[in-house]
Design a protein around this ligand. Structure first.
Ligand code: F6R
Length: 603
């Protein structure tokens, strides 16, 4: 979610680091920093909030000497966006400088231990424990200290480290966060993403998990021999991770979005979740008996799924509204009501207006947000970050999955404060933990869904139907399709068909029916029959193993089995893919649909 560049060689390091960071900025980073060691091993350390492109001229004027250095662009996932929280982070004696991508799950525990041992911390960032741990183990050899330090760490990391005390060396290590070495003539670059170095070299070595690379100006070694790989992407393709569009890249990141949301937060043995952002208000939440969930667009559909989850498993009465309506209502609230605002950007004007209205009423306000330090995150009393990473395509995809996974955790949190039994808590969190793998399996359907899109691309109208947990997914499937392909698509609850919409059904009006094997499966089958009886083509989304459905649907897409409340997290993935392929086949500007913008900061 952040970006790393490192350099060691014969050329001045700073301009190379600067151009590498600039190439990573397409992801929308919020702060950046550099550390370069000069010939006397004195560090030049520079950390700033903001966008690097805005400060480029000023940075180019800085006279920075030295042939070894590291740089970082940050997309905050914990700790506010401040100069201090920007990387590189350093140890007590400012000898060790480190940049990091990933999340250190046990940083609180390690930080407390290190503070007791006399370490002084300078930031709120989880990364800062790393240089201090390395300092603790440092006895003259940097890679040895890095190796010992990483043994204590739980979480994910891609790191680059340099030290005044063991100079002319750059140490890089990875676990579950990509890192590669770019091999040039008498120089080596380190990067989290090929985009950062592609204009410099195309010869790379990808580090594997648990590998530590030690790089000197003239050579390097890692634990295993690694083959050289040729990058075939153009710089433009590299920005999108090799995908033709950000939207497809972000759909492909959906398993990771679930994983990032739940990492370090679900405790299967306890059947509970730990949401650090709610610690301060945990006791107040016990008193709450009514929740109002407010959001716009896709985030509003996440809120609707949340309503089903919270009512069924936490036993709390919920009400969901769109920001643009809620802000003009006169909701009746009391001290036992809390409001939850859901927004990827944290800047949506209507959601913020609703939030401010609720603050005036004095009720507890919570946020479920992707962008750290956004207005929503700052103005709510407490909240949970979904940690989906930057979402660039206008149509929201992976953040929706992050929001759903977070709402499921929130349900367990509130449920366990109330009547939810240990076994039920265990069941939900253990099924939730399996979702990243199941989501990867669903993504393998991409070629099948592309074929389906080819077959249906000339239809002009689509119904999406679903019930209960998958009713909001029908709305999301329709929104995504209309938003990027400009086709007419409508989502409705299956039970509503006979109250009007059936009149439109004929052989030119296909219906996409979301009907996993759940408590409303039979009802959905009846709805499919209603459509078929009027000649409408039906594409069904069903649970693996359900052969019966083939008798009533024209096409079937299978998703793996999971708990009913979690099915939306899997069923929405084929719908995102379907919308994407339809728009591509129709030649639309997928990442930037007409008339729309990513963040709606006006009413
Ligand atoms: C649809 C979409 C929008 C957003 C909505 C809210 O694909 O992206 O409907 O979901 O504008 O945006 P956030 O979540 O930033 O508040």
């Amino acid at each position: 979610m952040c970006g790393i560049v490192g350099y060691i060689g014969k050329k001045p390091a700073f301009p190379i680091l600067l151009s590498g960071l600039k190439r990573l900025e397409y992801r929308g980073y919020d702060s950046y920093g550099f550390c370069v060691l000069n010939a006397q091993n004195e560090p030049f350390l520079y950390k700033r909030i903001g966008r690097i492109s805005d400060a480029e001229k000023e940075l180019l004027d800085l006279k920075v000497e030295g042939n070894i250095g590291e740089a970082h662009t940050r997309w905050a996932t914990s700790g506010a966006v401040t100069n201090k929280n920007a990387h590189p982070h350093f140890d007590c004696s400012k000898n060790i400088f480190l940049v990091h991508n990933g999340i250190i799950e046990n940083y609180q525990e390690l930080k407390e231990k290190l503070i007791k041992e006399g370490h002084k911390f300078n930031s709120e960032c989880d990364t800062e424990i790393l240089p201090h741990l390395i300092e603790k183990y440092f006895e003259g050899n940097l890679e040895e200290a890095v190796r010992k330090a990483l043994r204590e760490v739980k979480g994910t990391y891609g790191i680059a480290v340099i030290s005044k005390k063991d100079p002319q060396k750059l140490v890089a290590a990875r676990f579950s966060s990509p890192l590669l070495l770019g091999m040039g003539q008498d120089e080596t670059l380190v990067a989290s993403d090929p985009t950062a170095i592609i204009t410099h070299t195309r010869q790379v070595i990808n580090l594997d998990d648990n590998e530590i690379a030690v790089i000197n100006p003239n050579n390097f070694f890692i634990l295993k021999e690694k083959p050289l790989v040729q990058i075939e992407w153009t710089p433009e393709e590299a920005e999108k991770g090799g995908y033709p569009h950000f939207m497809l890249k972000e759909i492909m990141e959906e398993p990771e979005a679930i994983e990032n949301a739940i990492r370090g937060r679900v405790m299967v043995e306890d059947g509970s979740v730990k949401l650090g952002g709610l610690d301060v208000i945990a006791e107040k939440l016990r008193e709450i008996n009514r929740l109002i969930l407010v959001a716009c667009g896709t985030a509003h559909y996440a809120a609707q799924v949340g309503e089903y989850m919270l009512e069924e498993y936490a036993g709390i009465s919920c009400e969901v509204d769109i920001g643009s309506e809620f802000r003009y209502r006169k909701p009746i609230v009391d001290e036992k009501t809390a409001a939850i605002f859901i927004s990827q950007s944290g800047e949506t004007a209507d959601t913020l207006a609703a939030l401010r209205e609720m603050k005036k009423k004095g009720i507890l306000t919570l946020g479920i947000t992707n962008v750290v330090g956004s207005t929503q995150a700052r103005e709510t009393d407490a909240g949970v970050y979904i940690r989906s990473g930057p979402e660039i395509a206008v149509a929201s995809t992976k953040a929706f999955l992050g929001q759903l996974a977070t709402l499921a955790m929130f349900t367990v949190f509130l449920g366990r404060q109330r009547d939810m039994a240990l076994v039920m808590g265990k069941r939900i969190v253990s099924e939730l933990s399996k979702l990243p793998e199941l989501a990867k399996k669903v993504l393998k359907l991409a070629p099948e869904i592309e074929k389906l899109a080819k077959k249906y691309k000339d239809f002009k109208n689509f119904w999406f139907i679903g019930r209960k947990y998958n009713f909001p997914i029908a709305l999301e499937g329709a929104l995504k399709l209309k938003e990027i392909s400009y086709l007419h698509a409508e989502g409705i609850g299956g039970g509503e068909l006979k109250h009007g919409p059936l009149a439109l059904i004929d052989e030119n009006f296909p219906t996409i029916a979301i009907c996993p094997s759940d408590s409303v499966y039979e009802k959905m089958c009846s709805n499919i029959e209603e459509v078929k009886a009027r000649g409408g083509p039906v594409i069904a989304l069903a649970t693996e193993g359900n052969e019966e459905i083939k008798k009533i649907a024209d096409e079937v897409i299978y998703i793996p089995k999971t708990l009913e409340m979690l099915t939306p997290i899997l069923s929405v993935i084929p719908l995102h893919l379907f919308a994407y392929y339809m728009a591509v086949l129709l030649g639309k500007d997928v990442d930037k649909p007409r008339n729309l913008a990513k963040s709606i900061v006006v009413e």
